[in-house]
Design a protein around this ligand. Structure first.
Ligand code: ZN
Ligand code: ZN
Length: 384
């Protein structure tokens, strides 16, 4: 009973109304418009719309202007949009999204309207140009909201932590049940059901299971192949929580591993640990990529590691920052990245280990690590 506040005597924290995070994000974008030389920005990229409004529907557009913002949806989503977002909701009537978008531009009185050039179709752009002739000019733009999304705020971090935890527990339980005679498809099904039961949402992406030489494929779709003694098994997958993705990969060998399997596994594990050890604010991404690549080269696997080291993760499974050779950026506190070194040997198999990491003020927070659980489910020699 002690934890329940008495009526009329709320806890001090409840006295200050907390501004919803989408409204804070939208405010930040509005502040940026002037510097970009824009009166308004038309946001059509679905994750950006969700990030700025809180609206979770599959279709919708947002016109952000300095005066105010309009969330444009069709009749299916009118009620949901009004419930989820504090933006003014505009419903598409009859003719379509372009007409409603033009009406929002007219109401905002914007003259220079940016649009996300990577997320507006050629047809939509042409139609809008016709509807806005003499009213407003469309200016190619993009990347403004993505720049805000790079740094995860408190509610995003909480969702990512939960998605990672559910994924890690489900993966650990699944791999400990894999045995010779199971099919790849059965392994995927087991993993997916466990995530759902633990409170996971939609899958981050269709689960990948590759056994034996199929583990060398970047994206092995699970098949009816029967897993045999001595096989490598790769499991890569994740769940979403409130739209935020988890992404992790673990490996196992059914039965006793060969010396070669142990050796390649140890190289990949060492590359992952070398990369994670460098994760902290202001660290150049190129140094992390080089560190992992250096380990692979020392193990004579330099050319077997060809898919890039990793990527940012958030409302999109793959987003900035990109951890690839030649990247010039640095890590910043609040970024969430997946690091996934691998060795892929055609005809033999592949080994990939993937960990989801939050860049903390003082270093890495491993979101997909379970205390006391190994990265690979067979004995791996300690590195010297
Ligand atoms: Zn990944
Ligand atoms: Zn993955």
């Amino acid at each position: 009973m002690a934890n329940i506040p008495e009526p009329g005597n709320p806890e001090p924290g409840n006295l200050v109304p907390v501004e919803p995070e989408p409204r804070i994000r939208l405010g930040r974008l509005q502040e940026r418009l002037q510097g970009l030389g824009l009166d308004a920005l038309l946001v059509t990229q679905p994750e950006n719309v969700r990030y700025l409004t809180g609206f979770t529907g599959s279709l919708g557009r947002l016109l952000v202007s300095r005066q105010g913002s309009y969330l444009i949806v069709d009749v299916r989503y009118r009620e949901q949009a009004a419930r989820e977002s504090s933006c003014q909701v505009m419903q598409v009537l009859g003719s379509g999204y372009e007409e409603a978008t033009a009406e929002a531009v007219r109401l905002s009185k914007a003259r220079r309207v940016g649009f996300e050039s990577g997320a507006l179709s050629y047809w939509s752009h042409g139609r809008l140009e016709v509807l806005l002739a003499g009213i407003a000019r469309l200016i190619p733009s993009g990347g403004e909201t993505e720049a805000l999304r790079l740094i995860k705020d408190a509610s995003e971090r909480a969702a990512l932590r939960r998605a990672a935890r559910i994924t890690a527990e489900a993966m650990d339980e699944t791999l400990s049940r894999v045995e010779a005679g199971m099919t790849e498809r059965e392994v995927a099904a087991e993993f997916e059901v466990r995530m759902r039961r633990k409170g996971g949402g939609m899958l981050s992406f269709p689960t990948l299971v590759g056994s034996a030489e199929r583990s060398a494929l970047a994206h092995p779709e699970p098949t009816d192949r029967v897993i045999a003694d001595g096989d490598l098994v790769l499991l890569d997958g994740g769940t979403t929580v409130e739209g935020y993705h988890a992404d992790m990969t673990r490996m196992l060998v059914v039965g006793t591993p060969t010396a070669r399997q142990q050796q390649v596994m140890e190289a990949v594990r060492e590359a992952l640990e070398a990369a994670i050890a460098l994760v902290r604010p202001s660290m150049p991404i190129s140094r992390i990529v080089k560190a992992a690549q250096g380990v692979m080269e020392r193990h004579d696997l330099g050319t077997a590691n060809s898919f890039g080291l990793g990527h940012g993760v958030g409302l999109a499974l793959h987003e900035e920052p990109w951890l690839v050779e030649g990247e010039v950026g640095v890590l910043q506190e609040g970024m969430v990245i997946a690091l996934e070194p691998g060795a892929y040997l055609e005809g033999w198999g592949g080994i990939r280990l993937e960990e989801l990491i939050l860049v903390g003020a003082r270093g890495p927070e491993r979101l997909t690590a379970l205390e006391g659980r190994p990265l690979a489910l067979f004995p791996v020699a300690k590195s010297c």
